[in-house]
Write a protein of this length. Structure first.
Lengths: 111, 111
């Protein structure tokens, strides 16, 4: 069955530290790949997307993600987090007209 | 430019009552989606539509019906509400399984 897995429910990092959020998918072919962020009580905002081409994708707010076909992964990274990055992050995949989300990773930032 | 508008934003129902959530988009998007968001579960796809007059089931369609009579509108109906349908509902639209544009959400409580 098609699925999107975000293995980490919660992640805590110190402000200024680097960040990596994991996302794995299970699809027959490479889907479209997305990362969204949701701040408390807010809607979802697109951070970045991958359709094809360069496997390292740059997004907004200093985020980037790398598509690894061999690992069916699309991990989100940021070199140095800011307190304002505290939010919930969702990986999503698009295939066959559907867009399916992972369960999310909540990011906590220590001052 | 309103984008994606959901009405109502809040609703309280009693078990067994029916209601309809309206999603309207003014971006001429072909694809529209209804999701529900529950703590720890991410966004789960209820139903989606790839164009006027078309609908399809998503991950969790039971207990819901949808209609897309006009391209700009996507209605989500609950015929007999149950407490398990207490959730925040998000509508989204896109050109072609690309970036999703979300409404602000509709918080539904079923007593």
């Amino acid at each position: 069955a098609q699925s999107v897995t975000q293995p980490d429910i919660h992640i805590t990092v110190s402000e200024g530290a680097s960040l990596e959020l994991r996302c794995n998918y299970s699809y027959g072919a490479t889907p479209y790949l997305f990362w969204y962020v949701q701040s408390p009580g807010q809607g979802l905002q697109l951070l970045l997307k991958y359709f094809s081409g360069d496997t390292l994708v740059q997004g907004i707010k200093g985020f980037e993600a790398e598509f690894k076909r061999s690992q069916s992964s699309f991990n989100l990274r940021k070199p140095s987090v800011h307190w304002s990055d505290a939010a919930e992050y969702f990986c999503a995949v698009g295939r066959d007209d559907k867009i399916i989300f992972g369960k999310g990773t909540r990011l906590h930032i220590l001052p | 430019n309103a984008g994606v508008t959901q009405t109502p934003k809040f609703r309280v129902l009693k078990t067994g009552q029916s209601m309809t959530l309206l999603c309207a988009q003014d971006m001429n998007h072909e694809y529209m989606y209804w999701y529900r968001q529950d703590p720890g579960m991410g966004l789960r796809l209820i139903h989606y539509s790839v164009g006027e007059g078309t609908t399809a089931k998503g991950e969790v369609p039971d207990g819901y019906n949808v209609s897309r009579l006009k391209k700009q509108n996507f209605l989500l109906g609950l015929e007999s509400a149950a407490p398990s349908q207490t959730s925040v509902y998000f509508c989204a639209s896109t050109v072609n399984t690309g970036e999703l544009f979300f409404g602000e959400g509709s918080r539904l409580t079923v007593l």
